[in-house]
Design a binder for this molecule. Structure first.
Ligand code: 2AL
Length: 243
C-alpha cells in the first residue's frame, strides 16, 4: 500500500526523523512518502502556527492526489487539518494524537501525556475532550522543550522528558505515557526501556492503524461530514488548492 506521511511543520530534519520512525514499523509492503508543506511554520507550538499548518496539510493532500495514496498520516500532535484531509482524500486519514489516545486506552486504564512547551498543553487537552478520551487521561504535562530541539536530540533533552514522565506517572496515578510531539518518535524505545511502562508514539501507532484499515478495505465514509468538499474558486495564494 501507499502511505502519505505528512509532517505539518516545515522542518526537513523533523520530516526525515518522522519518516525513519514510520519506516521502522511499516510493513515491507508499505511504501511511505514523507512530505511537508511548502509554506508555514518551522514548528507548531501555538494556535497561530496551527492555523497555517492545517492549510499546509490540505495543500499536501491536494498535491499528492496524483500519487493516489491508500492512506494518510498527519504527524503533528495537534492533528492539524485532520478533518479537512479526510474530506479531501477519501482514504483513511489518521492523526497521531487520536491514534495514540486510542492505543493508550487499550493497554492502560489511565495515561499521561508528556509534551513540549507548556503552552501547547491546551491543544492536547482540547483534543482529549473532542475525541472523548478526557476521562482516560490523568494529565498533560509540558517540558518547555522547544519542538526544534527535537530535530537533533541531546541526552539532556531525553533526561528531561524521562523526568517529566516519572513525575506524571506518580502525580497522575497513570500507567502509560503518550509522547505529545511527533518529533519525540525516535525516543520511544529509549524511554520505554528506562520507564518500564508502555510509552506510546503516535506516529508508529498511526502507521499501523492506517495499514490495518487499508487491509480491512475500510475508507473514510463519503456520507455526511466527510463528503468531498463542494467545488469552488479559491483566491490568492491558494488559487490552485480549491476543489
Ligand atoms: C508538535 C508536533 O508534533 N510537531 C510540531 O511542530 N509540534 N507538537 C507539540 N506539542 O509541540
Amino acid at each position: 500500500m501507499k502511505l502519505l506521511l505528512i509532517n505539518p511543520n516545515t522542518s526537513t530534519a523533523m520530516t526525515q526523523s518522522i519518516a525513519r520512525a514510520a519506516q521502522g514499523v511499516a510493513s515491507p509492503a508499505t511504501e511511505v512518502m514523507a512530505v511537508q508543506p511548502s509554506f508555514g511554520p518551522a514548528s507548531i507550538e501555538c494556535q497561530y502556527d496551527e492555523a497555517f499548518a492545517a492549510a499546509g496539510v490540505a495543500e499536501q493532500v491536494r498535491l499528492a492526489q496524483g500519487w493516489r495514496p491508500d492512506a494518510v498520516v498527519v504527524a503533528c500532535f495537534g492533528d492539524p487539518g485532520l478533518d479537512a484531509a479526510r474530506e479531501a482524500s477519501g482514504v483513511p486519514v489518521i492523526g497521531v494524537a487520536e491514534a495514540a489516545f486510542h492505543a493508550a486506552t487499550l493497554i492502560a486504564t489511565r495515561f499521561s501525556v508528556v509534551t513540549t512547551l507548556t503552552r501547547t498543553c491546551i491543544t492536547a487537552e482540547r483534543l482529549l475532550q473532542r475525541y472523548g478520551f478526557e476521562r482516560h487521561c490523568g494529565g498533560v504535562h509540558g517540558t518547555d522543550i522547544p519542538v526544534l530541539d527535537l530535530e537533533h536530540v541531546s541526552d539532556e533533552t531525553v533526561s528531561r522528558i524521562e523526568q517529566a514522565a516519572r513525575e506524571a506517572l506518580s502525580r497522575d496515578g497513570s500507567s502509560a505515557i503518550v509522547l505529545g510531539c511527533a518529533g519525540m518518535a525516535s525516543l520511544c524505545t529509549t524511554l520505554s526501556a528506562r520507564l518500564q511502562v508502555p510509552v506510546i508514539d503516535g506516529v508508529s501507532v498511526a502507521v499501523k492503524l492506517a495499514e490495518s484499515l487499508v487491509a480491512l478495505g475500510l475508507r473514510t465514509s463519503p456520507l455526511g461530514d466527510y463528503a468531498p468538499p463542494p467545488p469552488k474558486v479559491y483566491a490568492g495564494w491558494a488559487s490552485t488548492l480549491g476543489w
